[in-house]
Design a protein around this ligand. Structure first.
Ligand SMILES: Cc1cc2nc3c(=O)[nH]c(=O)nc-3n(C[C@H](O)[C@H](O)[C@H](O)COP(=O)(O)OP(=O)(O)OC[C@H]3O[C@@H](n4cnc5c(N)ncnc54)[C@H](O)[C@@H]3O)c2cc1C
Length: 317
């Protein structure tokens, strides 16, 4: 069976959900080999990768890999492409993943497709463009297909693989060492789950009215153990940080439950949340386009509905 390399995204030793999605996708195309770059590899990480079908796990755990943000990972993948001639390489379409994909394409003289939302037989990649208005199918015609797949495009499904470990030594080139990390400041992580990995997301839009008012969105989110998201209108107004923006130019989420409050449902917002399993809308305008994709809708003032909903949820705990 043809080998598909999957670059592992990990933080603090934990394998990120997007990697489980990529392994699931890779299983439908061939035999996945996970590629772990940098320190932090543990037995738990190995078990997780094998649980989702990694037949092989390449481990390059040199500290040096994280001393130089992106370039070493591209060099590592290029070495593996040259050594084992895989049928394709899948990376997450995160900012870092896309840069690695581009560098790898140059190094291996291959074609690259970014922001895919699916990959099917023959490595034909689906891309959803113009805010989900147009679907494009593309195929790499030169070299090893390199595809950056958007998080939350595939539902992760466990199916065990052999998880055979293979250590990889890599001698970085001078150009990979040309930019070195001089300081790392860890971002404060609150108690809430990470936006793209959360099972429930509560988002607020322009209807929330101010940054202070986002407190009621946060309260509802906390009552459900959810992440908080925001529309671009809310982030552009400075009411909520940009890293929480959902949509075409923000994050793509696909939780079990998405609660949209005070959001009209512009196509660019929908592009980032329309694959959520259940969508609940709270909006005072019954004509708001977001109701078109709602499973449940409440026509009402969010300043009345949201606190009542939070209170009811808290009572039932
Ligand atoms: C290139 C490009 C990229 C973009 N990328 C993104 C993106 O990634 N994400 C994104 O979100 N947008 C994006 N946008 C912007 C997008 O087009 C919309 O402008 C934006 O999504 C609107 O945000 P909103 O729904 O919060 O605001 P509005 O469209 O103003 O809607 C506010 C809603 O709140 C409701 N409301 C008001 N008061 C209350 C209340 N008290 N109770 C209940 N409901 C109330 C109103 O009825 C209305 O439906 C992008 C635009 C462009 C051009």
């Amino acid at each position: 069976m043809s080998e598909i390399l999957v670059l592992v995204e990990h933080a603090d030793g934990d394998v990120k959900k997007v990697t489980l999605e990529l392994l699931t996708l890779a299983r439908s195309l061939g035999e996945p080999s996970a590629v772990w770059a940098g320190p932090g590899y543990t037995d738990a990480a190995k078990a997780r990768l094998a649980e989702y079908g990694a037949a092989k796990i390449y481990v390059a755990s040199s500290e040096e890999i994280v001393d130089h943000v992106v370039a070493p990972k591209a060099e590592l993948l290029a070495k593996l492409v040259s050594d084992s001639s895989p049928a394709a390489v899948l990376v997450a379409a995160t900012a870092e993943g896309k840069e690695i994909a581009g560098r790898l394409a140059i190094k291996t003289d291959s074609g690259v497709i970014t922001d895919a939302v699916g990959v099917s037989e023959g490595f034909v990649a689906d891309q959803s463009i113009f805010g989900g208005g147009v679907n494009v199918r593309s195929r790499v015609t030169k070299g090893t297909p390199i595809v950056a797949v958007r998080p939350n495009s595939t539902a992760p499904v466990a199916e065990p693989g052999a998880g055979a470990e293979e250590k990889v030594e890599i001698a970085l080139s001078d150009s990979a060492r040309a930019a070195k990390v001089v300081e790392r400041v860890k971002q404060e992580r609150g108690a809430r789950p990470e936006l793209t990995e959360a099972a429930i997301v509560v988002s607020g839009g322009r209807g929330v009215g101010s940054g202070e008012n986002f407190a009621i969105i946060e309260k509802l989110a906390d009552s459900l153990g959810a992440a908080v998201g925001a529309s671009r209108a809310a982030t552009d107004a400075g009411w909520y940080p940009h890293q929480f923006q959902v949509g075409q130019t923000g994050k793509t989420v696909s939780p079990q439950l998405y609660i949209a409050t005070g959001i009209s449902g512009a196509i660019q917002h929908r592009a980032g949340m329309q694959t959520s399993k259940t969508i609940v809308v709270i909006n005072k305008d019954p004509e708001a386009p977001i109701f078109e994709i709602a499973d449940f809708g409440v026509v009402g003032d969010l300043f009345q509905v949201v606190p009542q909903l939070t209170e009811e949820i808290e009572k039932r705990k």
